[in-house]
Write a protein that binds this ligand. Structure first.
Ligand code: TXA
Ligand code: MG
Length: 319
């Protein structure tokens, strides 16, 4: 039993005001976003940001995403060059994060950017998150609300199980509808780089950006947090498996066998929303058995799903 349980806040005026108050007092509160739950703190406070790194066990070199309630707030913090402006107009609020050049006098804790001269910014769409951001009024740093390297949280239960004894409160906004983290882009004068596949399909982004640049150097980490092993269950994970007659804990996709199924109708949006919940559930019953996962198509949100699954299956000693 944890020695300390966090306050569970409801998605109503009392809960939203309380969450904003905890942030203003330098506390840690897990907040729902449409992608995954975030572990939020005042992005201007060194001590509050230090508590994020401590609670997650996150390496200090891995910078945090800053969440804002509207695109108008970016001007105080970072440059928004033309390609980024067009992306903001098309996809904010929503599951897009952009890495932008910091402006002098930005006011953020140095821990947010981990010494880089850029900052990752996102305007999320979840109504509870937006309401807390508005009530708080300032920039909110929030990595995913899971212990570093472990499976991300898409429900309040996942948050409480992973971090419950290390945070002040969690606001229950229901299960996350997108289910994988935001897509991270770095717009630049010579094109836009894709740093992390995520909740907006590459095909939809490329309508605005043209072909995205990707870093194909093997083993090269483009966003500092993109370690090979991540999203890791306790159980070993095997991908692209034929599940027929498998004795493992099986996770299917589309019609066919599987103790769990990411989407019986082979719908990638539904599969993304189910991904982390099914990994948590499969891990909870695995008891030493491996988890076998059916092939997922490498299109649309399937790219983000496969990215997460490859890291979940990666050798753990690289974490
Ligand atoms: O959907 C999401 O993005 C969720 C919700 C809570 O907003 N957040 C999230 O945060 O996934 P986190 O900390 O788990 O992942 C943030 C990623 C890390 O890989 C980090 O290295 C990268 O963003 N990042 C942050 N600042 C960066 C920067 N200035 N340059 C390059 N990468 C950056
Ligand atoms: Mg994360």
């Amino acid at each position: 039993m944890p020695v300390h349980t966090p306050e569970i806040l409801m998605q109503n005026q009392v809960g939203i005001t309380r969450a904003a108050r905890i942030l203003a007092n330098g506390g840690l509160v897990a907040l729902p976003t449409e992608t995954v739950y975030g572990l939020a703190a005042d992005a201007r406070s060194d001590t509050a940001c230090a508590r994020i790194f401590a609670a997650k066990g996150r390496p200090r070199f891995n910078p945090l995403i800053v969440h804002l309630s509207s695109v108008d707030q970016v001007a105080d913090i970072a440059e928004l060059p033309d390609p980024a402006r067009a992306l903001a107009a098309a996809f904010w609020p929503g599951p897009l994060t952009m890495v932008l050049p910091l402006k002098p006098g930005h006011g953020l804790s140095a821990m947010v950017s981990a010494g880089l001269d850029t900052v990752a910014i996102r305007v999320p769409a979840h109504p509870a998150m937006r309401a807390v951001l508005q009530a708080f009024g300032g920039p909110v740093a929030a990595p995913s609300a899971n212990p570093s390297g472990k499976i991300s949280a898409t429900t309040v239960n996942h948050v409480v199980t992973g971090l419950g004894d290390r945070i002040d409160a969690v606001l229950d906004g229901g299960p996350c509808t997108v289910g994988v983290e935001s897509t991270i882009l770095a717009p630049g004068p010579h094109g836009t780089r894709l740093l992390r596949e995520g909740g907006i399909a590459r095909e939809d982004l490329e309508v605005i950006t043209g072909p995205l640049l990707t870093d194909t150097t093997p083993g090269k980490i483009s966003a500092p947090g993109q370690l090979s092993s991540h999203y890791a269950p306790q159980a070993p994970v095997f991908l692209n498996m034929d599940l027929t007659d498998s004795a493992a804990i099986t996770v299917g996709f589309g019609p066919g066998p599987g103790r769990f199924n990411l989407s019986a109708t082979a719908d990638l949006t539904e599969a993304a929303a189910n991904l982390f919940g099914i990994l948590h559930a499969a891990d909870a019953i695995a008891a030493g058995q491996p988890i076998h996962i059916a092939p997922i198509p490498e299109t649309g949100l399937g790219r983000a799903i496969n990215d997460r699954l490859r890291r979940a299956a990666a050798p753990r000693d690289q974490a």
